[in-house]
Design a protein around this ligand. Structure first.
Ligand SMILES: [Zn+2]
Length: 424
């Protein structure tokens, strides 16, 4: 009898321990409500052991033990960048990139994943990587082997022969073709199936020419409407969204009509393209910070002379069209093309978005609720049921967006990645 009682006692104890497994809490002196644009005072955010937010409420006079106290800071949801190239660096541009192996780029990705997380970006969508190096980085992060943001990755981007997503640096005798090249609707469908087989969460394609590729023009179409319709249909059938690189006016419209989910760059979008994006609910992603970097540092970084010339023609137009699309009410998600400029500087785009027509809250919404909606992730707002992804800064980002360039606290899924407030 005694033994049975002991056994019962211990089994109760085990149940009690596992139920009481520690989650945690963060008290924020101020909290940006990203849906309303209001600043809430003195809030306590609680989360469970799985790193999911369970409640957000005014903090009482005494805090539960173990609460992280950020009484002097302003908290926001972890930021989201929907257009990164985490396995690449600016120094990999042009011919230098040919000397970098896929395994080597995965190591670069591990370095950049950490920099991105420390800068306050707790989720990223990585759209284009050599081989499946981004799949490897994602899996390493998810296994707890390296620090980094929650990653949604594409693997190699799909494109036409000789297009922006091919690699056109070597002459024909090398027979070099980038992994994502697929011409024609059925080859493109097969490529969608292939990248999903090897781990893609999202499909990246090149609809038009680009800036950093050799021998093409940003404004000219590459994938046809027919090819993109096949890609979108195949990807959606298999539960994946499609991001289309499209600078060109015609390609933007073709991609939207094909049912693509987001238009990357969107540089030469016209009024009809903006109207189509609104009608289809397509997200537009304008990477309007990196123009500064390309023009100032591109040559030093080894970018092709033609790339810098192309950027000179397109950079300002992209910013003007960003302002136009935003004013017209198109859906905009925050994406920066990190890797074109150094990783960790992602938040420098907030200031540009304000300079070109947004209020700080609009830019913050692009990098939180809008980006989360595009990716389809339970993040982007500090609300029960979402991942406990919280960042904190000094100052008020609703008045001064560039304070987001100095993130001092990062919590990802309930785990502290950075806390400069505690160091004081
Ligand atoms: Zn890109």
């Amino acid at each position: 009898m005694r033994k049975v009682l002991f056994a019962l006692f211990f089994s109760f104890l085990i149940v009690a321990v596992s139920q009481a497994a520690p989650g945690g809490g963060v008290r924020c002196g101020r909290l940006v409500d990203v849906r309303t644009g209001r600043l809430l005072e003195n809030q306590l955010i609680s989360f469970d052991a799985d790193g999911t937010i369970t409640s957000v409420a005014p903090a009482g006079s005494s805090l539960p033990s173990g609460t992280i106290d950020l009484a002097k800071a302003t908290c926001l949801p972890g930021l989201i960048d929907v257009h990164t190239h985490i396995t690449g660096d600016p120094s990999h541009s042009g011919y230098a990139g040919l000397g970098i192996s896929v395994p080597r780029s995965a190591v670069t990705g591990a370095k950049n994943a950490r920099l991105t997380l420390m800068a306050g970006f707790t989720t990223v969508r990585n759209v284009g990587a050599a081989g499946y190096s981004d799949v490897a980085v994602r899996d390493g992060i998810n296994a707890g082997e390296i620090p980094g943001p929650r990653m949604f990755v594409s693997g190699p981007p799909l494109g036409i022969t000789g297009g922006h997503c091919d690699d056109n640096l070597l002459p024909s005798e090398y027979h070099h073709v980038a992994e994502g090249v697929a011409d024609g609707p059925w080859a493109a469908r097969a490529k969608v199936r292939e990248v999903i087989k090897y781990g893609a969460d999202v499909i990246k394609i090149c609809a038009s020419g680009g800036v950093l590729s050799k021998g093409d023009q940003p404004g000219t179409p590459q994938y046809t409407l027919e090819e993109m319709t096949a890609i979108a249909e195949e990807a959606h059938k298999l539960g994946r969204k499609v991001a289309a690189h499209a600078h060109g006016t015609q390609s933007i419209k073709d991609a939207i009509r094909a049912g693509i989910d987001s238009i990357e760059h969107s540089s030469l979008i016209d009024d009809e393209g903006i109207a189509l994006a609104k009608q289809h609910g397509t997200y537009l992603v304008f990477d309007i910070y990196n123009d500064d970097y390309i023009l100032q540092m591109g040559e030093k970084a080894g970018m092709l002379a033609e790339s810098i010339e192309k950027e000179k023609k397109i950079g300002r137009l992209q910013r003007e069209n960003f302002r136009k699309a935003f004013k017209a009410g198109a859906k905009i998600a925050f994406g920066t093309d990190s890797g074109v400029y150094p990783h960790g500087d992602n938040a420098k785009q907030f200031g540009k978005m304000v300079e070109w027509g947004m209020k700080p809250i609009d830019a913050i919404q692009a990098a939180t609720i809008n980006a989360a909606d595009l990716i389809g992730v339970k993040a982007g707002a500090i609300e029960a049921g979402n991942f406990a992804d919280i960042i904190a800064v000094d100052g008020n980002p609703l008045e001064n967006a560039p304070v987001l360039e100095n993130v001092k606290f990062v919590l990802k899924g309930g785990a502290v990645a950075r806390n400069d407030f505690a160091a004081k």
